[in-house]
Unconditional design. Structure first.
Length: 345
């Protein structure tokens, strides 16, 4: 049986609607200037002919595909699932589509970039940690802008948008201090990633300003995962040779949640009565019982808007923005895992 290949074209729609072919093109292009009456004629003709615009054919003319590549790492962290959803929704509202590539946590993104370059994408958004300067240059040389999301790469000319993670780490330290904590521990993430490093740096610097010695701030690695943090907390608080800290900072929410479950359900400790805990990101899963986690909220929508503004998807003639580092302040969200001091109520 032969499959039918008879498909209506934009010229068929134009003829039926009594308009030009360019009017049909504008009718299906978000943001294009076209009279509402003309748009209705085009849509009605398209409905009668079962016409669907061919984005591939359009790209041959415009040299634009309206496809943006999004490279995601550590999908085990719900934060990036929410970021992916938010980016997809925003781009689709603009008439664009997302081409998704994933990399393993802690792995570099060079291989993913090589796959991206097989497609005619209009831009690349990178949420994974590692990227060589060679791959950045390869994208730029092909006229493809690349923006790092919630991270930066020292020494790279790739632009980036991020939450001010160091400032957020300071907010967590100030919350613990205000609640009366005197001894501290951290469960850290990817040792190669700037995100974890900056949160640790801000947290430690603020505690040192308050007179806490660096050697008195316990640090264990949680592999940026729930399971890693669960195991790290078990090892840390089962150590009889170490006094129990008053406060524990999970460098992201999913690690803070893993630590809380270990503390409550395996070690029999109460949060916050026996131990205060804070996270970072403000994922929806941490807002609800049984966690109700005190955390720093990342300004995701602002960060997405800033990322897209650097890509200049609507104006490819603008040229590629290089070396922009745009930190955006997060906000401390008080919940049940740290007692709220009177001055914060």
């Amino acid at each position: 049986m032969t499959r039918s290949t008879n498909r209506s074209t934009s010229f068929d729609v134009a003829a039926l609607a009594g308009v030009s072919q360019s009017a049909v093109s504008r009718a299906f292009t978000p943001g294009s200037s076209i009279a509402e009456e003309t748009r209705k004629k085009v849509y009605e003709a398209a409905r009668k002919l079962n016409y669907v615009p061919n984005s591939i054919a359009s790209s041959l003319t415009t040299k634009r595909t309206n496809i943006v590549a999004l490279i995601v790492g550590n999908m085990a962290n719900p934060f990036y699932a929410h970021v992916l959803h938010a980016f997809s929704k925003k781009l689709q509202e603009q008439g664009r589509q997302v081409l998704i590539f994933t990399v393993d946590p802690g792995a570099d993104s060079d291989e993913a970039i090589l796959h991206v370059l097989k497609y005619q994408v209009d831009g690349v958004i990178l949420t994974a940690a590692q990227l060589s300067t060679r791959m950045t240059s390869m994208c730029h040389d092909r006229g493809i802008p690349i923006v790092l999301f919630n991270r930066y790469i020292p020494g790279s000319d790739a632009s980036g948008v991020r939450c001010d993670n160091a400032a957020g780490g300071r907010l967590i330290a100030e919350a613990f201090l205000a609640a009366g904590a005197q001894s501290f521990a951290m469960i850290t993430g990817d040792p190669k990633g700037t995100t974890s490093k900056d949160r640790v740096r801000g947290f430690v610097e603020r505690l040192q300003e308050a007179g806490i010695r660096r050697s008195d701030i316990v640090e264990v690695e949680g592999q940026s995962s729930y399971e890693g943090a669960f195991n790290a907390a078990m090892g840390l608080f089962r150590d009889k040779n170490r006094s129990r800290p008053d406060a524990l900072f999970g460098i992201n929410d999913i690690m803070a949640m893993g630590a809380i479950d270990a503390l409550r359900y395996r070690l029999g400790l109460r949060v916050p009565e026996d131990l205060m805990v804070a996270g970072f990101d403000d994922i929806p899963e941490g807002r609800r019982a049984p966690y109700q986690l005190t955390t720093v909220r990342q300004p995701i929508n602002q960060m997405i808007d800033a990322t897209l503004s650097i890509l200049h998807l609507d104006d490819p003639s603008h040229g590629i923005e290089r070396g922009i580092d745009r930190p955006i302040n997060g906000r401390l969200i008080w919940r049940n895992t740290i007692p709220v001091p009177p001055e914060y109520r």
